[in-house]
Design a protein around this ligand. Structure first.
Ligand code: 5GP
Ligand code: ZN
Length: 114
């Protein structure tokens, strides 16, 4: 997708600090971190929101969690705990319309979220 910020990061057209990369998934530090560890995990293939995902996307979306857990281990926060958040649409504060999992850790989080 030509006009998508995260597609441009995937393509290397916009720089980002990579935390993990393979053929189908990229993880990179959030530019405006909301926690000491704040990493975005994205499918390289453009999917705008979870509303747009098909059953065939399930393995790819599952990999976002697997990569998040890997990065959490590597950043030393697996045991202390971490939050995995996917915002979907306006009310959930989705600003970038390319599916991304927020991995946040390094401080306690409130529940329910704001
Ligand atoms: P959303 O609100 O869509 O769930 O989350 C979008 C996230 O993308 C925000 O946490 C925001 O800080 C992050 N973000 C926006 N623009 C950039 C960018 O150019 N680079 C990086 N690394 N993160 C970005
Ligand atoms: Zn995209």
């Amino acid at each position: 997708m030509t006009d998508c910020l995260f597609c441009k990061i995937v393509a290397g057209e916009i720089p980002a600090k990579a935390a993990y990369e393979d053929a189908e998934v990229l993880a990179f530090d959030d530019i405006n971190p909301a926690a000491p560890v704040h990493v975005l995990v994205v499918p390289k293939r453009h999917i705008a929101t979870l509303n747009d995902a098909s059953p065939a996307d399930a393995p790819l979306l599952g990999r976002l969690f697997e990569v998040a857990a890997r990065v959490a281990r590597e950043r030393g926060v697996a045991a202390s705990g971490w939050r995995a958040t996917v915002n979907v649409g306006r009310d959930a504060h989705q600003l970038v319309f390319h599916v991304h999992l927020h991995l946040m850790a390094g401080r306690p989080f409130a529940w329910p979220p704001g």
